[in-house]
Design a binder for this molecule. Structure first.
Ligand code: GLN
Length: 286
């Protein structure tokens, strides 16, 4: 009996020592086990940010060259020799996401699509350009980024009840724009007077060289905001247009990358901030 209980006590002590070892063994194992799990977890989290955007080409390495009719406030206008506006801020934010320096280049609106198509001068069009099926045959558009309509501008106090009132009149339009197309289709027997940009069309209306202008509503609103030049918006024309950034059909990765960047900017609120900065209101709900 005595020997067996001593034996038992010995066994018990041995078991205790063993379990103590096992315990410290476990504790010692747990700590270093944590570090390696943390490190690999960090890497994959960072990787997608770089690998996320599809491959695309740019004309100049590290730059995104942007063709734009920079006389179209508040989307793009020149402040000295610096372009500013909603499109400019939005392109800059997209460029930042893609790791590219955005450079705006002033072009005549009507030349933007053929020049982009020909290649070699700029990578993207950002110019308050409406997405239209005819244009989509020539170039690709990234997802819509702004909803727009047309407007009719006339000298203050003009009588206007409908397009028939303009029959036979001189109507100022910008060459190659949706405003020009609307005037062609809707104003009977009008003489359309084409201008290379909105600024020139407004100057002509102010000087009385045209009887009216058809132009994108947000731009007419902006141009007449501080100085009405004796002109007013006599009608809003609900054309339901959407602006999109134009990209060559040879560079589909860039269209996709812009779409991804745009979606991120919307999600994180940067798009809304830029919208409010230039339009003074929150963007419409999607
Ligand atoms: N949104 C119009 C169009 O696409 C006008 C654009 C502009 O003049 N910049 O034709």
């Amino acid at each position: 009996m005595r020997t067996s209980s001593r034996w038992l006590a010995l066994m018990l002590a041995f078991a205790l020592v063993l379990s103590a070892f096992a315990f410290t063994g476990c504790a010692a194992e747990e700590e270093p086990a944590e570090e390696p799990t943390e490190e690999p977890a960090e890497e994959p989290a960072e990787e997608p940010a770089e690998a996320e955007y599809p491959e695309f080409t740019t004309i100049e390495e590290g730059k995104l060259l942007v063709g734009s009719d920079t006389a179209f406030p508040p989307f793009e206008s020149m402040n000295g020799d610096v372009a500013e506006g909603f499109d400019v801020d939005l392109m800059d934010a997209i460029g930042e996401k893609l790791g590219l320096e955005v450079v705006f280049m002033t072009e005549i609106f009507d030349t933007l699509i053929p020049t982009l198509k020909a290649g070699g001068k700029f990578d993207v069009i950002a110019s308050g350009m409406t997405i239209k099926p005819e244009r989509e045959l020539e170039i690709d558009f990234a997802d819509p980024y702004y909803d727009s309509n047309q407007s009719l501008v006339m000298p203050k106090g003009s009588m206007y009840n409908g397009p028939e009132d303009l029959a036979g009149k001189r109507i100022g339009v910008q060459s190659g724009t949706t405003g020009e197309a609307w005037a062609q289709e809707n104003i009977p027997d009008a003489t359309l007077v084409p201008f290379k940009n909105a600024t020139e069309a407004f100057a002509a209306a102010q000087a009385g060289n045209v009887d009216a202008i058809v132009n994108d509503l947000p731009v007419s609103t902006e141009i007449l905001k501080e100085d009405d030049r004796g002109l007013e918006i006599v009608a809003q024309i609900p054309t339901g247009e959407q602006y999109g950034f134009g990209v060559s059909k040879d560079n589909p990765g860039l269209t996709e990358a812009i779409n991804m960047a745009l979606a991120e900017l919307k999600e994180e609120g940067t798009y809304a901030e830029i919208y409010e900065k230039w339009f003074g209101i929150a963007p419409p709900a999607e």
